[in-house]
Design a binder for this molecule. Structure first.
Ligand SMILES: *[C@@H]1O[C@H](CO)[C@@H](O)[C@H](O)[C@H]1NC(C)=O
Ligand SMILES: *[C@@H]1O[C@H](CO)[C@@H](O)[C@H](O)[C@H]1NC(C)=O
Ligand SMILES: *[C@@H]1O[C@H](CO)[C@@H](O)[C@H](O)[C@H]1NC(C)=O
Ligand SMILES: *[C@@H]1O[C@H](CO)[C@@H](O)[C@H](O)[C@H]1NC(C)=O
Ligand SMILES: *[C@@H]1O[C@H](CO)[C@@H](O)[C@H](O)[C@H]1NC(C)=O
Ligand SMILES: *[C@@H]1O[C@H](CO)[C@@H](O)[C@H](O)[C@H]1NC(C)=O
Ligand SMILES: *[C@@H]1O[C@H](CO)[C@@H](O)[C@H](O)[C@H]1NC(C)=O
Ligand SMILES: *[C@@H]1O[C@H](CO)[C@@H](O)[C@H](O)[C@H]1NC(C)=O
Length: 726
């Protein structure tokens, strides 16, 4: 066990311990006895009876879990991550040697501006056991994240000592553009779990938008059919036709479920409905309220515009269990007019909606920083501003100095799915570690990498957090769902540390990230599959049929396959009306999926289908081998010949996916990204292996066998062997 402890002088003048272990980093004060508490001795988590039904009322959510509920989730995590079962009990006093969860609202837990926060906690490890004392149940929850991280990093032990910890900023998280790319609800919930392990507490969901409306070349008809989406599907008849992608929308029930699952882990979904810009999903439904010069912009002076937006908000406000909602209000400029021509109408629109939403629901309103006072804007100081680009406004002079409360979303941490001229496809770790002036780490009060005067003091009381967005400018076919996770995967633990107020070094990170990442609870975003060896599944359909339509997996993992398809000496006979089901769903990077295939006709349909992807033998329109991800298709310039055997391997290597056929070249699955309707860029695609079933559609042919291999494990085994040989 190693702890890195030292004293530094914090910016606000408080003495704070230097970065300790964990992401976020924590300051650990060791006790003198040199002992340690061992998870092996834990039987129960004891919740202080006086607070078991207490809830944090100060956080962002309107559905905060009780202390008892957080304790139960913590117990589930211990079972999942550390394979340790412990019961949850309510009692008025701690039990020796056990974990005790309690609350003390009188302990000062301060944020970066020196204010009390309900998210602080004190974790004490002594020979009497562990006590986590939170400022609120939410504080206790973050304390349980620290405890799990310590146990994961230190083989189930934590040294005797104490950690007093609180976040520097109240809103810490990510934003996902679910408008220009569909994300299934389970994905958002898994992301909440991942974020929560690193103490992020807000997931901002950008619910409506459209691809760039290039009015220089688009006709009215093209604008009306350009990809756009409004992702909330209500049964209010007044909104009939607004959410057109019905099977790619969140219903009330789905939205409720996501909100409560995220809230159970301390993460609040913060919804954004974007207007008056980026509003094609609204004007495609009600063209009369769009500007004829650019239908992605609402015509605010049209008498139906504000009432329509109020109807939308009135419908969805009861859905939203966050204290803040986001009205968008980004980039409202008519290309045929002067840049600032619409600033007055913009201000009017924002203030009308803000007043309406607050009166209707008591909720606070947020918007993207667009027209500051220096650019003729005069939005009410009741709203909070999400600042992103220097070309829109400066954080300090335009917003803070004018009395606005500010959330930092400086576009230095913007990412755009897969490809963009200006923004990277993933958050840059180099920026996070060195993005502040002098090459120092990034922090929520930093808005400029070089110019110190453009940055605010760390303890500025109007800066309340940081959110890093991912935009899908190039639409649904530029990326898969899980590529959004990979754009953030490595950075979230560092960014979450900085949002919390820590300063993890590159060395801390390199040491802790692989260990913590592998143990983040309640998600399997890497789509790992349990396996005894590098071979995950190995089936020979030509022989080995066991009774009752079940094929034996020879990998040793017992991933047997059930089927109602016939088989012959050649293999599994796939035809419409039959399929073969595995007990698995999907396998993430890296893998090979090898199979022998002989199509019996040119009838199109799925060969392999999984939770995240599918491999098709043509789709009815096109006669080529293709991958499906959601509704997007990625075809090769190749197909399997009818009546002939082909040995093929679907191969994932990091960000790329290939199909290798015996005796042929390896072919890569690519996307062509349509860039504003007039430029095209070819880009790589990373697909998970589709392994839930074989057939089940129109495809007719024989599959001789299938073998799924975890190629990272093959590589690890080879490295071990070559070390042994030395
Ligand atoms: C969703 O609906 C569209 C037609 O509206 C259909 O083409 C598509 O296959 C459906 N997708 C799923 C996943 O059901
Ligand atoms: C906006 O709406 C007003 C009022 O209906 C109308 O007079 C005006 O022409 C519209 N402007 C544009 C650019 O569509
Ligand atoms: C701002 O808040 C004040 C006080 O609550 C209220 O009277 C006013 O209507 C609000 N204005 C807007 C635009 O929300
Ligand atoms: C630095 O930032 C300040 C405050 O925004 C601004 O007034 C000044 O012009 C900037 N200096 C440079 C060199 O960009
Ligand atoms: C079939 O794939 C092609 C691209 O290769 C695509 O343009 C077409 O829309 C797809 N058709 C269906 C029904 O998915
Ligand atoms: C298919 O062939 C076309 C024309 O040669 C080429 O531009 C394209 O890159 C190929 N597509 C893939 C996925 O290799
Ligand atoms: C997969 O392969 C890529 C490239 O070969 C490698 O960089 C990566 O570490 C491997 N593992 C994962 C989980 O991506
Ligand atoms: C992706 O969609 C764009 C339109 O936004 C289109 O131009 C492009 O051909 C599509 N790519 C693929 C691989 O279908």
């Amino acid at each position: 066990m190693r702890f890195f402890v030292g004293l530094l002088l914090g910016v606000a003048g408080h003495a704070v311990a230097a970065s300790g272990p964990g992401l976020p980093t924590v300051s650990f004060e060791p006790s003198n006895d040199g002992g340690a508490w061992l998870l092996a001795n834990l039987d129960k988590i004891v919740v202080n009876e006086a607070f078991s039904e207490a809830r944090d009322e100060d956080g962002m959510t309107l559905i905060p879990p009780t202390l008892y509920e957080f304790a139960s989730t913590f117990a589930q995590d211990l079972a999942e991550v550390l394979k340790h079962d412990a019961g949850v009990e309510v009692s008025s006093s701690p039990t020796p040697g056990q974990v005790y969860l309690t609350i003390d609202a009188d302990i000062p837990f301060l944020d970066a501006a020196g204010r009390q926060t309900s998210e602080g906690y004190l974790l004490e490890a002594t020979e009497d056991g562990i006590t986590i004392t939170g400022a609120s149940p939410l504080g206790v929850w973050w304390g349980t994240r620290t405890l799990i991280q310590q146990l994961v990093l230190n083989d189930g032990a934590i040294s005797h000592g104490s950690i007093k910890d609180s976040p520097g900023w109240g809103e810490r998280g990510m934003m996902l553009d679910v408008a220009r790319h569909w994300y299934p609800p389970e994905f958002l919930v898994e992301m909440c779990s991942y974020m929560s392990f690193f103490k992020q507490n807000v997931f901002h969901i950008h619910l409506s938008d459209n691809l760039y409306n290039n009015v220089a070349i688009y006709s009215y008809e093209r604008q009306m059919s350009l990809y756009s989406a409004f992702r909330l599907l209500s049964d209010n008849p007044e909104l009939d036709g607004l959410a057109t992608r019905k099977n790619e929308s969140y219903t009330r029930q789905v939205w409720d479920d996501m909100q409560s699952k995220c809230a159970a882990r301390g993460v609040t979904l913060l919804p954004e409905i974007e207007a008056p810009g980026h509003a094609l999903p609204i004007t495609q439904w009600r063209p009369e309220i769009g500007l004829t010069t650019d239908y992605s912009l609402l015509n605010i002076s049209h008498p139906d515009t504000i009432p329509t937006m109020k109807t939308i908000w009135k419908t969805f406000l009861p859905w939203f269990k966050s204290k803040t909602v986001h009205i968008g209000a980004d980039e409202y400029r008519d290309p045929s007019l002067d840049d600032l021509a619409l600033a007055g109408e913009y201000t009017h629109f924002c203030n009308e909606l803000s007043e309406f939403i607050t009166e209707e629901s008591g909720k606070h309103v947020r918007l993207w920083g667009t027209f500051p006072p220096s650019k003729d804007g005069d939005v009410s100081r009741n709203v909070s501003v999400q600042h992103w680009a220097v070309f829109e406004a400066t954080a300090v002079e335009d917003w803070l100095n004018n009395g606005y409360r500010l959330l930092n979303s400086w576009d230095a941490v913007y990412v755009v799915g897969k490809w963009n001229l200006w923004y990277g496809p993933e958050i840059s770790l180099d920026f996070l570690f060195h993005g502040a002036p002098g090459g120092k780490p990034f922090s929520p009060h930093i808005f400029d990498s070089r110019n110190e005067t453009a940055n605010a003091p760390r303890n500025h009381e109007a800066i309340f957090g940081h959110i890093a967005p991912l935009w899908n400018d190039y639409g649904p076919n530029a990326t898969t769902v899980l590529e959004a996770y990979y754009a953030w995967r490595d950075a979230i633990p560092v960014l979450a540390d900085q949002q919390w107020g820590g300063e993890a070094t590159e060395e801390d990170y390199a040491r802790m990230f692989p260990v913590l990442h592998a143990k983040a609870p309640a998600q399997n975003l890497d789509r790992k599959v349990e396996t005894k060896t590098a071979t995950i599944m190995d089936l020979d359909f030509a022989k080995g049929r066991v009774c009752g339509g079940r094929f034996q997996d020879m990998s040793g993992n017992d991933y047997h396959i059930n089927t109602n398809c016939a088989n012959s000496a050649e293999g599994l006979i796939v035809e419409p009306g039959c399929e073969a089901a595995t007990p698995l769903e999907s396998k993430g990077r890296n893998y090979t999926l090898s199979f022998g295939i002989k199509p019996l006709s040119d009838s199109k349909g799925p060969i392999f289908t999984g939770k995240d992807s599918a491999l098709w033998y043509g789709n009815g329109t096109v006669d080529r081998v293709m991958m499906f991800s959601g509704e997007s298709v990625y075809a090769l310039n190749y197909t399997f010949p009818v009546g002939e055997w082909t040995q093929a391997t679907l191969r994932a290597e990091g960000k790329r996916t290939y199909l290798d056929v015996e005796g042929g070249d390896s072919m890569e699955f690519l996307t062509i990204i349509g860039w504003n309707g007039n430029r095209f860029v070819w880009e790589k695609m990373a697909f998970e292996a589709p392994i839930a079933k074989i057939g089940g559609g129109g495809f007719e042919g024989i599959i001789s066998g299938m073998k799924l291999t975890d190629t990272d494990l093959v590589e690890a085994a080879e490295t071990r062997r070559s070390r042994l040989a030395l």
